[in-house]
Design a protein around this ligand. Structure first.
Ligand code: NAD
Length: 287
């Protein structure tokens, strides 16, 4: 912490509750390793205080901030511009302050695509099945579409997120070259057929994480073909029940969401500093 002086740039994380977040450890580890004069701090900011929180970014000339629940949509009216990643999601997880102009980005989708790419799987030209179109599933869908995914079949249960998923499908069909569709998750025959058709399968529901750690949205191992790329956005536990079933079915490429979580941070880090986050060091710091 000796590097803090009168020139240090502040980056925030505004959400509520947020004290459990790994982001301060990730970013401060990276600033220290690269000898960058930045510091990253988490602030409990409920939505009713968000307007003042954004005003603080301007007043204190902070370099930017991450934003998480419940502020990802609520912050939009207080910003000056949205990047296409945030515009397609109507949600923001990263704010960059360029000389008083605040731009909102969503880096979760970039995190997913970059993690897959580093693992040897491009989304361009591929077909994807995605279960769940919430705060994490939506940017996965839109960013993959922006990065030339050819087709996506989204499955969502008929809950409060279904209509939002419909909007996401419409946005992808209107604004990208990817073909998108939405199916009720209750249509299990359609899910089985889609898994046989897909190159990539992503579960972005959180099923498999506590308190649902003994559940999987695909129980039958015969639904997984061996060359399917299986991605669960959950990273605690590191191996979900879905992942175990896929591995036991002989699927070679089965991943949890840890890489995505780190890469979404790395994308924000690059926006603020222009530098590449030292991924291995950061991963070691949060393991
Ligand atoms: P969310 O509540 O916004 O959306 C959840 C989605 O899953 C919705 O579409 C909902 O309909 C669906 N869903 C929820 N429970 C379900 C169930 N039992 N059966 C079928 N569908 C169900 O949540 P979110 O913010 O999108 O987070 C989803 C999960 O992603 C989290 O639980 C967490 O495990 C994981 N996550 C990963 C990262 C990462 O970077 N890897 C970051 C944040 C969250």
């Amino acid at each position: 912490m000796t590097r803090i002086d009168g020139h240090t740039y502040l980056i925030g994380l505004m959400a509520y509750p947020i004290r459990h977040s790994m982001s301060p450890t990730m970013h401060n580890t990276a600033f220290e390793a690269l000898n960058l004069n930045f510091v990253y701090l988490a602030f409990d900011v409920p939505t009713e205080k968000l307007k003042n929180g954004v005003a603080a970014i301007r007043t204190l000339d902070m370099r930017g901030s991450n934003v998480s629940m419940p502020n990802k949509q609520a912050i939009i009216p207080y910003l000056d511009k949205l990047d296409i990643s945030a515009e397609l999601n109507q949600a923001v997880n990263t704010v960059v302050n360029d000389n008083g102009v605040l731009t909102g980005y969503t880096t979760d989708g970039v995190g997913f695509v970059t993690d897959l790419k580093k693992k040897g799987h491009e989304v361009a030209g591929k077909k994807m099945v995605l279960i769940g179109a919430g705060g994490v599933g939506t940017p996965i869908a839109t960013q993959s579409a922006l990065d030339s995914l050819s087709e996506i079949r989204i499955f969502n249960r008929h809950d409060g997120r279904f209509d939002h998923a419909k909007e996401t499908v419409d946005i992808i069909n209107e604004k990208t070259n990817c073909q998108a569709s939405l199916t009720d998750l209750a249509d299990q025959a359609a899910l089985k057929e889609a898994l046989a058709w897909a190159d990539i399968f992503c579960d972005a529901t959180g099923v498999g994480m506590k308190p649902l750690e003994d559940q999987s949205l695909v129980e039958d191992p015969t639904w997984f073909k061996k060359d399917l790329v299986v991605y669960d956005t959950v990273y605690a536990p590191r191996e979900t029940k879905l992942m175990t079933i896929a591995k036991n079915a002989g699927v070679d490429h089965v991943y949890n969401g840890l890489g995505m979580m780190i890469e979404q941070g790395a994308a924000a880090f690059k926006l603020w500093t222009g530098q590449d986050m030292p991924i291995d060091l950061v991963q070691a710091a949060i393991e």
